[in-house]
Design a protein around this ligand. Structure first.
Ligand code: 5AD
Ligand code: SF4
Length: 509
């Protein structure tokens, strides 16, 4: 079933940028916003100033607000952080739509304004407090309800009410199951409502998910994290690891395929640690095969993989099944065995390189990207040098690199030998420079080759379309076709840059 695309180009550019941070050297940027418009249940039609895709209605069908609960109020959600957060916002939007809320065009028009926050690095966490300040007056004078969701909510809890007393709702990322109750309390006049359960074995299930990316459907298969990397807040903010039953995942994929999606991205902090809690007992590789076998699904992606749980079976599945995309994001964090140990990453440099060898032994080339942290406490020049040599050894297709940011409640917070900010900046620049060279060289080898891309944007001013290859490379290209948005087309690469390719549509005569 094909989807109808009726969408402004600016909104579309937002859509692709929001959903797909460019695979490039540099920080993974915060997602500026997940805009929501009124739903068009199931038909995938996009419209309005902003965009929306279809409403994927889960097991209970498309019922909207329960009788007598149509508050006729509007909401707006601004999302920061990773794709998991973006997708959580899609589900939160679904919860609100299901209760009769309307989507507002902008924050000023919303009765309920929600910030879905990220606390992985200090800068991201600070951003939300500056945003909250912008709405102090309208909360006080116009009765706008302001809520903080996600990782900052989970981490700061009640403190948020202290720092921003005009906030009424705080709901942590491990407590979304409580959201309907919290909204109930707000509707009946609650002033300060809070959900902060961390000790949970439940996942966030919604009857309606409001998907904002018309080309790629996100789907969380595992929440939380049972690792305890010394620098990371996630185990504190998202709670223990819990997987969704494979039956629920596969029926959602079937519904997505029925509504016109051809590309699915499975999400989890450690997506490949997936363990089916149902009697089917599927492991991650089996689930990948199951998702790829759903009729209509042409591309399956997954992120983020943990090296420890990355096994040969996954590579074998990719090798055998064309719908499994040629791309694996495998964060290494450091090239120094000593720093890896201090980070509690549970693998050595050698063990990581064995996983890379598995990937390189596949019959088709698999693009590999990673995350790296520089300036972890105690990182010496020699340790850093080992990270740079790792870049040369692996030849990544893309790297997200970060300066270490001390986070509350993490073991690294109190570790000695902090690296000065200036030095972290110097190391980051060296790393990014080296990786840029590697990407230029790698991408240049692709000139002259033809790739299939899923067209997901148009740059009218440049007269170009853009799309992604199965290896997740951005390909900007010219075409004489009028309307190829959402289609799979063949594109010949004519030029290469470090972060994207340029080409021309190979049009069938
Ligand atoms: N400081 C810097 N980067 C961090 N990351 C996680 N925690 C921190 C931190 N405290 C990075 C890791 C992770 C990515 C999502 O964010 O590289 O893989
Ligand atoms: Fe954080 Fe480590 Fe878990 Fe990734 S595996 S979410 S870095 S604790």
């Amino acid at each position: 079933m094909s989807k109808t695309f009726d969408i402004s180009i600016d909104a579309l550019r937002d859509a692709t940028e929001n959903a797909l941070p460019e695979v490039s050297v540099g920080a993974r940027h915060a997602v500026p916003s997940a805009r929501i418009t009124t739903p068009a249940a199931g038909d995938g039609r996009l419209g309005g100033r902003s965009f929306s895709s279809d409403v994927a209605v889960a097991s209970h069908g498309g019922a909207l607000a329960p009788e007598g609960r149509l508050p006729n109020k509007s909401f707006y959600i601004e999302t920061f952080g990773c794709q998991m957060n973006v997708h959580d916002s899609e589900k939160v939007a679904g919860v609100l739509l299901g209760r009769g809320y309307r989507a507002a065009e902008n924050p000023a028009q919303a009765d309920l304004l929600l910030y879905n926050t990220c606390s992985i690095r200090e800068k991201a966490a600070q951003k939300v407090f500056s945003r909250l300040g912008d709405h102090k007056l309208s909360a006080k004078n116009n009765g706008k309800v302001i809520g903080v969701l996600g990782c900052v909510a989970q981490q700061e809890g009640e403190e948020i009410f202290e720092r921003a007393p005009w906030v009424s709702l705080v709901c942590g990322s491990a407590s979304y199951r409580k959201l309907p109750d919290l909204v109930d309390q707000i509707e009946t006049g609650g002033r300060r409502v809070m959900g902060l359960d961390l000790d949970t074995d439940e996942t966030f299930e919604t009857e309606i998910t409001r998907r904002d990316n018309p080309f790629r459907a996100y789907l969380t298969i595992i929440e939380g994290c049972d690792y305890s990397c010394a620098y990371c807040v996630v185990p504190h903010t998202r709670g223990p690891e819990r997987s969704r039953a494979s039956g629920a995942v596969l029926s959602e994929v079937r519904r997505l395929a029925d509504s016109g999606y051809t590309e699915i991205q499975l999400l989890g902090q450690t997506v490949n640690s997936y363990r089916d809690p149902s009697s089917r007992g599927m492991n991650f590789a089996a689930l990948l095969r199951g998702v790829a076998a759903v009729p209509g699904i042409r591309r399956v992606r997954f992120t983020t993989s943990h090296p420890n749980d990355f096994h040969r079976e996954i590579v074998e599945a990719i090798d055998e099944i064309p719908a499994l995309c040629d791309h694996v994001h495998l964060p290494v964090q450091s090239g120094s065995p000593r720093v890896l140990k201090a980070m509690r990453r549970t693998y050595t440099r050698e063990e990581y390189l064995e996983k890379i060898s598995l990937l390189r032994s596949a019959r088709r080339p698999i693009s590999v990207t990673t995350d790296l942290i520089v300036g972890f406490p105690g990182e010496t020049d020699r340790d850093f040098e080992e990270t740079v040599t790792l870049l040369d050894e692996v030849c990544y297709d893309g790297v997200f690199s970060f300066k270490y940011s001390p986070r509350p409640n993490t073991p690294a917070m109190t570790m000695p030998d902090a690296i000065p900010e200036e030095e972290k900046g110097r190391r980051l620049a060296i790393l990014q420079d080296r990786q840029r060279q590697i990407q230029i060289e790698r991408n240049e080898t692709l000139v002259g080759e033809t790739f299939e891309v899923l067209v997901d944007g148009r740059h009218a001013s440049r007269g170009q379309w853009s799309g992604r290859t199965t290896s997740n490379r951005i390909l900007n290209f010219t075409s004489s076709s009028e309307s190829i948005l959402g289609e799979y087309v063949q594109v010949r690469v004519t030029r290469a840059g470090p972060n994207s390719l340029v080409g021309e549509h190979v049009e069938s005569s």
